[in-house]
Design a protein around this ligand. Structure first.
Ligand SMILES: Cc1ncc(COP(=O)(O)O)c(C=O)c1O
Length: 298
């Protein structure tokens, strides 16, 4: 499956309110979203047939569009129902869902006031984001050259396609050097996040994570903070300087795709996945597992 290009797969895609054949879910080359980055999306996971935090993802999708100045012409309830139906029609239980909204083709210039807003939702089977063997020993991160922009420079709090331009450049540069991903600083030089996941550190039993003031306050990040607090761990959200990395013993990433992924290296700094990382990996797995299937497995 992994080698089949995404535009050539089998199944159906929800497209502007209808289910269309996977291969027919197309856009025209003169689409504003393609030329001007006027597109927002979500990455959502389903475990055991249940979509994890669907409401939160849909609300964020609608909010991302609002930040970019457009309104998705479907309600949150309609989007949630469409997500559930696509999962059923594709007969998927452990899956990734990709809702995407974009400005259409009526106007082809910076101004796109009259463009139709489109929404599509695709779903496919989804294995672990990082390879399992990499996961256990921890992944290696490079330091990215690009920095996360402030809210006055870009719509940083939106999951806008255009913001991923610097993520793809940074991830490609890291991969070319043999790293799995890259850690980005923000415009002030503080530690921000990885290219598609938030970052956490551990020192003396305390968890430290950057304040999400110019990047996504990930739904997984919020979940993991809650799980950590439930365990009685102290969580400090604060500005972290890159020089501080030498003082941390554990490091991990969080994200819908990455889940909780241990990190063993960031540039010259090394970490050993320890008890707190392992506990939160297990707690996260338990949290996303539907309660009915967890009970059946016992
Ligand atoms: C740049 C970036 N930061 C953080 C995250 C984590 O967000 P979430 O946990 O909501 O998936 C993601 C993934 O969506 C991302 O792409």
């Amino acid at each position: 499956m992994a080698s089949v290009p995404f535009d050539s797969r089998e199944g159906v895609i929800w497209y502007d309110g209808e289910f269309v054949d996977w291969k027919d879910a197309k856009v025209h080359v003169l689409t504003h979203g393609l030329h001007y980055g006027s597109s927002v999306f979500e990455g959502v996971r389903a475990y055991g047939g249940e979509i994890f935090k669907l409401k939160e993802h849909t609300d964020r999708l609608i909010e991302s569009a609002r930040i970019l100045g457009f309104k998705i012409p479907y309600t949150a309830d309609e989007i949630n129902a469409a997500c559930k139906e696509i999962l059923q029609r594709m007969k998927l239980t452990d899956a990734y869902l990709r809702p995407v909204a974009w400005r259409g083709s009526e106007m082809m210039g910076v101004s796109a006031q009259n463009n139709t807003i489109h929404l599509a939702i695709a779903a496919w089977e989804w294995p672990s984001y990082f390879k399992p063997e990499e996961r256990l020993k921890g992944i290696r991160l490079d330091m990215a050259e690009y920095r996360r922009p402030d809210e006055k420079t870009a719509p940083s709090k939106s999951k806008a396609a255009g913001l991923y331009m610097i993520c793809t450049i940074s991830k490609h540069a890291a991969e070319a050097k043999g790293y799995a991903d890259a850690m980005m600083l923000d415009y002030r030089g503080y530690v921000a996040e990885a290219t598609g996941a938030n970052i956490f550190f551990v020192k003396d039993g305390v968890i430290h994570t950057p304040i999400a003031d110019c990047f996504l306050n990930g739904i997984t990040r919020q979940t993991v903070i809650e799980l950590a607090k439930r365990r009685g761990f102290e969580v400090l959200e604060r500005h972290i300087m890159p020089e501080e990395l030498s003082t941390f013993t554990e490091c991990f990433l969080t994200g819908t795709a990455a889940e909780v992924t241990p990190v063993s290296e960031i540039g010259p700094y090394t970490f050993v996945p320890g008890e707190i990382t392992k506990t939160l990996m297990d707690d996260y797995t338990a949290e996303v597992t539907p309660k009915a299937s967890a009970a059946a497995a016992e």
